[in-house]
Design a protein around this ligand. Structure first.
Ligand code: SF4
Length: 263
């Protein structure tokens, strides 16, 4: 059954001749598509001056909710309808692939394998140049020369951590396994800032973080916040009732010599 309805008219009144040209649109569609894959006419959309799109249900298996879309037009003062395009488009209920996520944005910490390369873009906000290349635009050879001179002069790394990069790292560490909210830290008897195993770091984060240097602790070698903690804190002492109890004497001693009464 053919149903004719104007779905939307975003740009003025739809051209009546084009709206009525359902059969022309269907014929154009059937030139490219198997008739078994074409269902009812779903409506017409006004695309602009003398441009209308007709939509037909798609009955092809695996394309539930998709629509055939046929856009037609006609010249001014002409009755002949011409076809602009025939495409298959997803409707509101169509199953479509999720939005594309660039590979760069999919990478998580820990995804790198030996030999993998993960270049950092030139405008990465986590880094700032350590020295300036000057105001003149330089090609890659000139920049390489500047880098070589900077290296010879001992100016250090090409780029260093920006304030934004540092803040992001601090927040990530504080919210992570080395922060104060983990079950380990919540049940710890003392915080890291009083622990003898806390290795101090230099720089702006030295007031908040250190590195755990206790080989028996879960966080050995990791950055921990001062208010993190664990049961391997250097000042942990067992309560009396948890201390090892001395063993009673053996009931039958096979190790030492017996004392005999001499008559
Ligand atoms: S041993 Fe525990 S309390 Fe001490 S620095 Fe390491 S994580 Fe912190």
């Amino acid at each position: 059954m053919t149903t004719l309805a104007t779905l939307t008219a975003p740009r003025g009144r739809a051209d009546a001749a084009l709206v009525a040209a359902v059969d022309v649109a269907r014929a154009a569609l059937l030139e490219d598509v198997d008739p078994a894959d074409v269902g009812d006419h779903l409506g017409a959309t006004n695309e602009g001056e003398r441009v209308v799109t007709h939509q037909f249900a798609c009955t092809r298996r695996g394309y539930l909710g998709w629509r055939w879309s046929v856009t037609i037009t006609r010249a001014p003062r002409q009755k002949t309808v011409t076809v602009d395009e025939v495409v298959l488009i997803p409707g509101d209920d169509a199953i479509v692939a999720p939005a594309w996520v660039p590979y760069r944005d999919r990478i998580q910490a820990g995804d790198l394998s030996p030999g993998d390369l993960l270049p950092v873009s030139d405008d990465d906000p986590r880094l700032v140049p350590t020295y300036s290349y000057g105001d003149d635009p330089l090609d890659s050879d000139d920049r390489a020369q500047v880098r070589q001179v900077a290296q010879d002069l001992g100016l250090g790394r090409v780029r260093t951590l920006s304030a934004e990069g540092r803040d992001l790292a601090a927040q990530r560490w504080y919210d992570g396994d080395g922060g104060p909210d983990t079950p380990l830290a919540q049940s710890a008897p003392h915080h890291c800032h009083t622990c003898g195993f806390l290795l101090r770091i230099a720089g702006p984060l030295s007031e908040t973080f250190g590195v755990c240097a206790n080989g028996d602790a879960n966080d050995d070698g990791r950055v921990v916040s001062f208010d993190h903690g664990c049961g391997a804190h250097s000042e942990v002492r067992l309560a009396k009732r948890h201390e090892p109890q001395p063993l009673p004497d053996h009931v039958f001693d096979t190790l030492s010599t017996d004392e005999f009464e001499s008559f």
